[in-house]
Design a protein around this ligand. Sequence first.
Ligand SMILES: [Zn+2]
Length: 350
Amino acid sequence: MSSLPFAYVRGAIHLPELALWLDAHEARPHGERVFVSHAHSDHTASHREIIATEATRRLMQTRLGGKRVEHILPFGETRSFDEPGSRYEITLLPAGHILGSAMSLVKWHAGSLLYTGDFKLRPGLSAEVCDPTLAHGCDWLIMETTFGRPQYSFPPSTETRCDIVQFCRETLAAGDTSVLLGYSLGRAQELLRTLSDANLPIVVHRTVQQMTRTYQELGWEFPAHELLTDEPITQKVVICPSNGLKTVRPRIVGNARIAVITGWAMDRNCRFRYQADAAFPLSDHADHPELIEFVRRVNPKQVFTVHGFASEFAQTLRDLGYDARALSENDQLQLALGDRSHQLGLDDSR
Ligand SMILES: [Zn+2]
């Protein structure tokens, strides 16, 4: 492991030879550049100098404010950095996770590295379609493995979207209000677009509206929706993050039926953990079959797994004949110990 030109440091990838970080959680000072894969809060910090897509730049600006040196790359365009102690080429590829989410392909004298950040292969309604083609045959693949266990094999998204619309229709027909729980960046927009043709009255939480506005500025279209105010809510569909439920609930007149939208819905006890009436397995992360399919498509020389079931998934890859090992093990331990915030997605990332 020590001969590798990168290291896993406090949840991030560090390439010391290039003064480059991939998704550093802590703000990096002058002299170090940070690739920010996407704008979820567990992937951003107030860095001095970043490499990102335009969408990620805008979303970071909305969430963090402040000023930074920004190297903005369109997908597929290669940028060379040629400075003493930091010579490499970087290309951003669509990750399919949320708006602007990118994987980074870094090439330098030591070899080529694809880092996925959060990703999914299935086309969604709120992200660009993942495409790792340019990374085919790279030396090293570092991939997230949030759902790296076989039990996390999601049903087709179209089926789940129909189930969500049906849940909302039935709730409203019974005179009640539907509350769809999903984080404000990515999942909420997926839900809004899921309801595009349903012609239902939609109310969104303030943070959802804020993030949706950036999508709209970049040309994405959404069905009509109103902002949550102090007015009472009856027979509507409310979209809000789980931590917004406490402000939504007192405004609902009559009965509320709550649905949680998360990949963890594959766990039988998911809806009880969320104290919800229903749980739907729609995720912005790759499920287990997609993780395997992704490795097959990239066909790297070596694979390193991070997040979620990193060790188990590395073993799965070894059984399939790949040279694979886990870079992070802690997440799995946390899950085994029942880390509630992680499982419930309260970290705004799952
Ligand atoms: Zn994320």
